[in-house]
Design a protein around this ligand. Structure first.
Ligand code: ZN
Ligand code: ZN
Ligand code: ZN
Length: 489
C-alpha cells in the first residue's frame, strides 16, 4: 500500500520532543520530501451523506450502500474500490444497529487494517500505531471519562465472531487518534471532510515556523492505481532549502496567534510545551499587537485597552452572526469595529486582520466585489508581514483576494495577486494539485483580460460587468480548510 519512497528522511532522537525525522540530503523548496497513503481514514459523521467514502470528493447525488445505508459513493467504481476497507465496517454497523462516532469508526478501520496487513505495511513505513504516543496518562479526568465510554462503544461495535482487543489497547489506539489524526479536505482543499492516520507523518514534529508543509493530494484517478487512490494520500513538501541533517517540521496550529496562545493550543491538543524559536523569543508578537504610530503620535494606553476589548467582544459577535448566516449583522459589526480600530490598531494587529477577513469574506459572498476588494487587499498586506513567505494559508488568502479584485474589475491588482498566489502554491501544493491547476487557468485568463484592458479600458469594463451580471463567479467560501493542521476531531 504505502509504496512511496522514504529515501530523503531518517528517524533520529530529537531530544525532549522524542523521535523526529531529519533530511538525509539537501532538499529544495517545493520538493516532495515523501508521500504517504493513509493507514486508515473516515468521513466526518456530519458529512457522511455529502462526501464519497472512497475518494473523499464532495459530490451531489451520491450512491448509498444498500447494506448499511450509511456509506455513500460517487459511483460503482468508488464503491468497489472501497469494499475491502468497508466490508467489515458494513457488517458491524448493521449488527450494532447504529453508526458510531468518527473516531471509533477510524479506530476500527485501523485495527481491521492491522489484522489484515500487520502493523507495518511496507519497509517505507517507519513506525507503527503501537509505537506512537497516546498521552492517555496526561488527559483531563473529563476527557478520560469520554475516552472510556468510547472504548465501551468500540467493544460493542467490534464483531463478536473475531478475536477481540483488550480495553487498554483500544484506549491506546483512540489516544493515538486524538493526538495524531490528520484532517482530510475535499478535492479542492476547501473544506475539511474527514480524518485519517498517516504513520510516517506522525513522526514529523511541530514548529511554529516550520520548514515543511503537509498537503493532501489524492492524485489523478486515472493515473494512479485505484488502491492508492482510494487510500487517500498526503505529501510532505519543503518550504525552502533544507540542509542535510536538519530536522523536518510542520506546524500543527495557525501561526496567526500570539506565541502564548499557540503554546496554549498545542498543550491542550497535543500535550507538549512548544519551545520553538518563535515561541521562546516571541518573534512577531509585537507586530500582531502593534498600535498606530503615525509620526510618533501613538494612541494612549487607555484607548488601546478600550479598542482591544471592544474588538474581542465584537469578534465573538461576528462569529455568532456568521454561523447563523446573518450577514447583514456581520457587516454592521465589522463597520462599527473597523471605525474604532483604524485610528488605534496597526495594520498587522491580529484583531484588525480578523475583522478585515470577515468583512471581505462576507462581502464577496454577497457579490459586493468592489467593496470586498479593498478589505481583502489590506488583509493580505498584513498577512504578508506576519506569515512565512511560503505559508499555504497565505497563498490561499492571496488567491481569494486576487479573485475578489479580479471580479471587482481591478484587473491589474487581481492578476498580480493571482500570480503571487500561484508562486506560493507551486511550492506548498505543487504543479499537479487541483487548486494550483485552477490558479494556472486563472492566471492565463487574467493575463488575456489585462492585455484587453490595456488596449481599451472602456470595452473591458463593460464586458466584465456583463459577465458578472450573468452569473455569480465567486464560490461561497466555506469553512476554511484546516486541512493543514492536525485535528482532534
Ligand atoms: Zn468517489
Ligand atoms: Zn455498507
Ligand atoms: Zn512555537
Amino acid at each position: 500500500m504505502t509504496v512511496e519512497k522514504m529515501e530523503a528522511v531518517e528517524i533520529f532522537a530529537a531530544g525532549e520532543k522524542g523521535r523526529g525525522l531529519r533530511a538525509t540530503r539537501e532538499l529544495k523548496a517545493g520538493e516532495v520530501v515523501f508521500a504517504e497513503a493513509s493507514y486508515a481514514a473516515v468521513v466526518f459523521d456530519s458529512l457522511s451523506m455529502q462526501v464519497c467514502h472512497s475518494c473523499f470528493r464532495r459530490q451531489a447525488n451520491l450512491h448509498r450502500c444498500a447494506q448499511c445505508r450509511f456509506a455513500h459513493y460517487c459511483d460503482r467504481t468508488c464503491q468497489r474500490a472501497a469494499w475491502e476497507e468497508h466490508k467489515q465496517e458494513c457488517a458491524a454497523i448493521k449488527n450494532l444497529g447504529n453508526v458510531p462516532k468518527e473516531n471509533i469508526r477510524l479506530a476500527a478501520r485501523a485495527l481491521w487494517h492491522m489484522r489484515k496487513y500487520g502493523g507495518k505495511v511496507s519497509d517505507s513505513q517507519l513506525t507503527t500505531l503501537d509505537m506512537l504516543e497516546d498521552h492517555v496518562s496526561e488527559i483531563s479526568p473529563e476527557d478520560l471519562k469520554s475516552l472510556q465510554a468510547d472504548v465501551q462503544t468500540f467493544q460493542a461495535y467490534w464483531p463478536r465472531n473475531t478475536r477481540r482487543f483488550g480495553d487498554s489497547y483500544v484506549s491506546h489506539i483512540l489516544g493515538v487518534i486524538i493526538c495524531n489524526a490528520f484532517t482530510l479536505s475535499d478535492q479542492r482543499g476547501l473544506q475539511a471532510v474527514g480524518v485519517g492516520i498517516f504513520p510516517n507523518l506522525c513522526l514529523v514534529n511541530h514548529d511554529c515556523w516550520p520548514n515543511c508543509t503537509v498537503i493532501l493530494n489524492h492524485g489523478n484517478k486515472t493515473a494512479l492505481d485505484s488502491t492508492l487512490h482510494s487510500q487517500r494520500r498526503i505529501e510532505l513538501r519543503s518550504l525552502g532549502t533544507i540542509a542535510e541533517g536538519e530536522e523536518l517540521t510542520v506546524s500543527y496550529v495557525d501561526f496567526l496567534n500570539l506565541s502564548k496562545e499557540r503554546q496554549r493550543l498545542l498543550k491542550q491538543q497535543y500535550y507538549f510545551d512548544c519551545k520553538c524559536e518563535h515561541c521562546s523569543t516571541g518573534i512577531k508578537d509585537d507586530l500582531m499587537m502593534a498600535v498606530q504610530d503615525e509620526d510618533g503620535k501613538k494612541p494612549s494606553p487607555e484607548q488601546v485597552k478600550e479598542v482591544t476589548e471592544l474588538s474581542l467582544q465584537t469578534l465573538e459577535k461576528i462569529e455568532k452572526a456568521r454561523t447563523m448566516g446573518d450577514y447583514h449583522e456581520v457587516m454592521k459589526l465589522c463597520y462599527e469595529c473597523l471605525e474604532k480600530q483604524e485610528p488605534v490598531l496597526a495594520d498587522t494587529h491580529l484583531y484588525h486582520l480578523r475583522v478585515l477577513s470577515a468583512a471581505s469574506e462576507v462581502l464577496s459572498y454577497q457579490l459586493s466585489f468592489k467593496e470586498a476588494a479593498g478589505y481583502a487587499r489590506r488583509m493580505v498586506e498584513g498577512y504578508m508581514k506576519l506569515y512565512h513567505p511560503n505559508n499555504a494559508q497565505l497563498g490561499m488568502a492571496i488567491m481569494r483576494a486576487g479573485v475578489t479584485n479580479w471580479h471587482a474589475g481591478l484587473i491589474e491588482l487581481g492578476h498580480g495577486m493571482i500570480c503571487k498566489a500561484y508562486a506560493i502554491l507551486m511550492v506548498t501544493h505543487g504543479p499537479h494539485h487541483p487548486i494550483t491547476k485552477d490558479l494556472e487557468a486563472m492566471r492565463t485568463q487574467t493575463e488575456v483580460e489585462l492585455r484587453m484592458f490595456r488596449e481599451n479600458e472602456c470595452v473591458y469594463q463593460s464586458m466584465r460587468e456583463a459577465a458578472l451580471q450573468g452569473k455569480p463567479m465567486a464560490e461561497p467560501i466555506e469553512e476554511q480548510a484546516e486541512s493543514l493542521s492536525k485535528s482532534r476531531k
